[in-house]
Every structure is written in C-alpha cells, then in structure tokens.
Design a protein around this ligand. Structure first.
Ligand code: HEC
Length: 419
C-alpha cells in the first residue's frame, strides 16, 4: 500500500492535481472550503488521502476556520505517514549517487527521519555522533553483518514495512567494524556524512572528491559547477590533476582549476576514510594497514589513504596530502555571498569539522528550506525569483532551533506554497 502511494506521489499528474485544487486563502471561510483545504493540507504533509468527513480532517478544518492553519499542519505531522512517506521521500534522493527516489532505505535515510521525528537540531545530520536503527521479528540486526557491513537491516525494515515513525531508535555513538565480530568507536563521527549509505555511495574507489561534491549538492543545494572558482588558490590541488590537459595549460586555468580549487581544498577532511572490501567503511585511526581487502585499509604511514595521493606523477609539484586538514577556498566574494559562512569556517581537520563548517552556513539553512518547500509544496522553487523568500525561510528555520518538523509545518501553510 505504502509503495503504491509513493508511485502516485512521484507522478507529475498527481503533483498538479493535488496542487491545483488548493485554495490560496487558507484562513477563515465556510466549512466546506475549510474541509477541502484541510484535506489538501493533510495530503501534502502525509502523502496519503483521508475522506473529507473523517474526524481528523474535521479537526483540521476547524482550526483552519479559526485562522490557525499552522495548528492544522501540526495535527497532520503527527501522522506516521509524514515520516514513512514525506520525510522519507525528501531523504531518498540525497542518499545515492543517482539521486533517485527509488534508492533503498539506509542508515542515511533513517538518520534523516529520526532527526526530524525527535526534533533534533538538523545540523546534527552533518556533525552528530549517532545513528538510527529499528527492530522486528524478521529484521536481521547483527551490528557487524547486517548494519555495518551490509544494508540487510534497513532492507528488512523496508521489506517488513516497519512503521519508521515508531520503529526507529536513536543510538548514541557511531561504530566501525574491525572484524566479523568486533566494533570500535568511530574516531571522526559526523552524522549521516559518516553513514554507511553516504560513504558507500561516495567513498567507494575514486579519490574522495565526490564526498565534497555531494555534500554540497545535497546539503547546500549547489552543483559543483555553480561554486567552481578559477580565481581561488590552487595550492591544494592534488598531483593527479593534469596542469596541461592535452598539452594546454589554458584549459587547466579556465576549466579544471575552477572545480578543483574549491573541491580539493575541502577534500583533506576525508584523508583517513575509505570504503572497500568486506569491512566496508574504514578509518586509518582504527583499521590495520593493508591492501584494503577485508578489514584492512590501504593507507600510508601517516594514515592518509593511498587513493588521496595516487597518480602522483601527473603533476609532481601538486599538493601532497599528509593529514586530514582542509582549507575553505570558497571564500572569494561570489562564494562568500552564496554560502554565508559563519564561525570558524576557513579551515579545519576531519569530517566533523567539515560538517560543522557546512551546516553553520546560511546556505545550509536555505537549502533545507528549499528541499522542504519542494517536498511539501510539490513544485520546484525558482531560486532567482524567490531569493528573498528563501533567505527569510532559512532565518526562520534557524530561529526554530533548526527543527525540520517545524519547517515542514510552517512551509506547508505559506502563501508561496499554496498559490
Ligand atoms: C565541473 C567540475 C569539474 C571540472 C571542470 C573538472 N573536474 Fe576533475 N573532478 C571533478 C569531480 C567531481 C571529481 C570526482 C569524480 C568522482 O570521483 O567520481 C573529479 C576527479 C578528477 C580526477 C580524479 C579521477 C580519479 O578517480 O582518479 C582527475 C584526475 C581530474 N578530475 C582531472 C580533471 C582535469 C584534468 C580537468 C580539466 C580538463 C578537470 N578534472 C575538470 C570535477 C571537475
């Protein structure tokens, strides 16, 4: 049943039909209008329908009639389907390289749902030391075999249609597996950035650059070409990046350099992380050095994983990574205005520092507002037209204590959402 609703939700026609019938003015009015608005509001927040004469819709309609649309929205977010459908739909595309709604339930997605449900500060998604797991008779739950080294646990929660609004439990303290039977504390926990889901998608092979690229795509709502800066410092660009691609230095200066200044600046945050072999997610502070198979990590004596310094003969005088320090090169005027950095945002060490820099920016808050808008209002936000509104919504989100549930509620009754 749940599955059918998801399919319905993602079809364009459903988006339009639900949207077209919502009355712009949700305040006072006659009971039938209030009932119909309550029904639409409920549908948008939960992704499911209720008959107009059901008790909950009547209750919501009464509140709307009294001019309390927000109160009505708050009733709707108490419905399990707010989590099982709506919040889940928002998190799924952020969880994989394909950014698909058909992505599986993972620890990444569960983290998003849990943080929303438990009214936690959303910045914890990029900085916290926790994860969410479930339970059930037919749910495989071995911490190493089913949670750290495979997605069995979350696959089973999905297969058994566990009600995630009640089934998910927050666990304090992320762990990594060092053998088939042992786990150790994660030395650099950073919310869903250090989840199996996110790391499995972006730390698999490659050069850990994708982790930076996708953190910005998903949590800042900016693709790399939008924050590329050819005028920024190239001191952190690795030795594997050709400064004379096809013999042409100008091509490096006008193209390659733009993405790699900002991306390679942050990349050091992930210097000690790799995803490979049976062990899955590994960090050189806790895993034994080896070839990367099993529970070993392919790293140098300083703990920097080999892939960070690979292909070092392409441009031997490029940056050699020696630790997990990073620098923020996205600080020249255009990027400074786009991101609105706050606090100590110029440099740091490790993933938690990186997540702190990202989540304290005003752009993070605006991105969450944009994602909630697009999920609950079911239309794309035109950023050029709605720039002022987005800035305001980001500030409101921060004033609420970065609560995603409140953001869903307040967004769902805004005129921009309904019109
Ligand atoms: C639009 C942004 C962008 C531009 C422009 C760009 N790159 Fe990259 N580059 C990336 C991203 C993102 C990755 C990580 C890709 C991955 O791991 O899937 C990457 C990875 C790389 C890698 C590592 C590949 C590997 O896995 O070993 C090399 C080498 C590279 N780029 C060279 C270049 C060169 C040379 C140019 C210019 C001709 C260039 N890049 C232009 C974004 C860019």
């Amino acid at each position: 049943m749940k599955f059918i609703f998801i399919i319905t939700l993602v079809t364009a026609s459903a988006f339009i039909s639900v949207h077209a019938q919502v009355k712009p003015d949700m305040t006072a009015g006659d009971l039938t209008a209030a009932q119909s608005n309550a029904k639409k509001l409920y549908e948008r927040i939960t992704g499911t329908k209720l008959p107009a004469d059901s008790p909950l819709i009547s209750q919501m309609a009464n509140l709307i009639q009294q001019g309390n649309s927000l109160g009505a929205a708050k009733l709707a977010t108490q419905d399990p389907n707010f989590y099982n459908i709506t919040v889940k739909l928002m998190a799924l595309p952020l969880s994989t390289r394909e950014e698909s709604l058909k992505s599986p339930l993972t620890d990444f997605v569960a983290g998003f749902i849990g943080v929303t449900r438990d009214d936690r500060d959303a910045r914890e998604l990029l900085t916290g030391n926790f994860y969410y797991r479930g339970s059930g008779a037919n749910v495989r739950s071995d911490i190493v075999a089913d949670i750290l080294n495979s997605n069995n646990h979350y696959d089973d929660l999905e297969r058994t249609r566990a009600d995630l609004s009640t089934n998910l439990v927050r666990v304090e303290g992320q762990v990594l597996s060092t053998s088939a039977t042992t786990t150790v504390a994660n030395p650099d926990p950073a919310g869903v950035l250090t989840s199996r889901g996110f790391m499995g998608a972006h730390a698999l092979m490659g050069t850990n650059r994708r982790l930076v690229e996708y953190t910005f795509r998903e949590f800042m709502c900016v693709p790399l070409n939008m924050w590329a800066d050819t005028g920024a410092s190239d001191l952190r660009i690795g030795r594997d990046i050709d400064r004379f691609p096809s013999g042409d230095h100008t091509k490096f200066l006008t193209s390659c350099k733009g993405c790699h200044t900002v991306q390679d600046g942050f990349r050091g945050a992930f210097a000690k992380w790799d995803f490979s072999g049976t062990g899955g997610l590994k960090n050189s502070a806790v895993h034994t050095r080896g070839d990367g198979g099993g529970f070993t990590i392919a790293a140098d004596t300083r703990g920097v994983v080999n892939k960070m310094n690979k292909n070092n003969t392409v441009f031997p005088s490029g940056y050699v990574m020696i630790d997990s320090s990073f620098v923020n090169n996205a600080i020249r005027p255009a990027n400074a205005a786009l991101f609105g950095w706050r606090g100590n945002a110029l440099s740091g060490t490790g993933v938690k520092d990186f997540g702190t820099v990202v989540s304290n920016s005003s752009r993070f808050s605006q991105c969450m507002a944009k994602r909630v808008f697009e999920t609950v209002c079911r239309k794309i936000l035109d950023e050029t037209k709605s720039r002022d509104a987005l800035i305001k919504w980001g500030t409101e989100f921060e004033a609420s204590g970065y609560k995603l549930k409140s953001l869903f509620e307040s967004m769902s009754v805004k005129p921009e959402c309904l019109n």
